[in-house]
Design a protein around this ligand. Structure first.
Ligand code: 5GP
Length: 216
C-alpha cells in the first residue's frame, strides 16, 4: 500500500480476538504472556476473578480480582462469568461483560487459562477464540523448572507434576501447539500466530468499505 493511501491496513477496523495461551505450570506460558504484553500494545490481559488469597507481590485488579467465596458465588448466580473453574481448591473465572464490548471495538485479550477454561470459552465464542498450547521439551525439563521455583513446597511440586501430565493430555483441544525449547524462538512463533490471526478476513470488519473504495 502506497503512502498516498488514505488508510493503511493497520488502521482498518477489525474485531478483537481472545488469544489463549495454555500449558502445564513451568512450560513457559507466564514468561511468554509477559513478553507479549510488553511487546504488543494491541493486546491486554484478561484479569480473572479468584477466591485464592494473593501471593506476595500480587496486586488486586492487576494480577487477579481477589474476591471472597461469597462474592464469587454471587457472580456465578448472576451469570457474570464467561467461564469459571476450580483449580487446587480455589475458584477462578473470567468476567464477561467488559470483554464482549471491547472485542467489538477491536481490543485483543490474552488469556492465561487452563484447558477447562479454554473449552468453555471456545464453546461460547468460537469465532473470537484462538487457542495456543505450549509444551515443555521433556518431562524431565519440566520437573527441573518446577523445582526451580523457591516459593513452592515438595507437595506443591508433586501436585503440579501430576497436574502437568493431566494438562498435557488435552493438547489436542488447541489450534496451535508449540514446543518451548527456546523461549525467544517460541515467542516469535506466538507472535506470528497472533499476527496471522489478526489478518483473517472475517476479523477485518473494515475490509468491505476499504475494498469498495479500491473498486471505484
Ligand atoms: P495460580 O493460582 O497459580 O495463579 O493459577 C492456578 C491455575 O488457575 C493456572 O493453571 C491458571 O491458568 C488457572 N486460571 C487462572 N485464571 C483462570 C480463569 O479465569 N479461568 C480458568 N479456568 N482458569 C484460570
Amino acid at each position: 500500500m502506497g503512502d498516498s493511501s488514505p488508510q493503511t491496513a493497520d488502521q482498518l477496523h477489525r474485531r478483537g480476538l481472545m488469544f489463549i495461551l495454555s500449558s502445564p505450570s513451568g512450560a513457559g506460558k507466564t514468561t511468554l504472556s509477559r513478553m507479549l504484553l510488553a511487546k504488543d500494545a494491541e493486546i491486554k490481559l484478561s484479569v480473572s476473578a479468584t477466591t485464592r488469597p494473593p501471593r506476595p507481590g500480587e496486586v488486586d485488579g492487576v494480577h487477579y480480582h481477589f474476591v471472597s467465596h461469597e462474592r464469587f458465588q454471587q457472580m456465578i448466580d448472576e451469570d457474570d462469568f464467561y467461564e469459571w473453574a476450580e483449580v487446587f481448591g480455589h475458584r477462578y473465572g473470567t468476567p464477561k461483560g467488559i470483554i464482549r464490548a471491547a472485542l467489538k471495538q477491536g481490543q485483543d485479550f490474552l488469556f492465561d487459562i487452563d484447558w477447562q477454561g479454554t473449552q468453555q470459552l471456545y464453546q461460547k465464542d468460537q469465532q473470537d477464540v484462538v487457542r495456543v498450547f505450549i509444551l515443555p521439551p521433556s518431562i524431565e525439563e519440566l520437573h527441573r523448572r518446577l523445582k526451580g521455583r523457591a516459593t513452592d513446597s515438595a507437595e506443591v511440586i508433586a501436585a503440579r507434576m501430576e497436574r502437568a501430565r493431566a494438562e498435557i493430555s488435552h493438547w489436542d483441544g488447541y489450534d496451535y501447539v508449540i514446543i518451548n525449547d527456546d523461549i525467544d524462538v517460541c515467542f516469535d512463533k506466538v507472535r506470528a500466530i497472533l499476527e496471522a490471526e489478526r489478518m483473517k478476513r472475517a476479523r477485518q470488519t473494515g475490509l468491505i468499505p476499504f475494498v469498495r473504495g479500491l473498486m471505484v
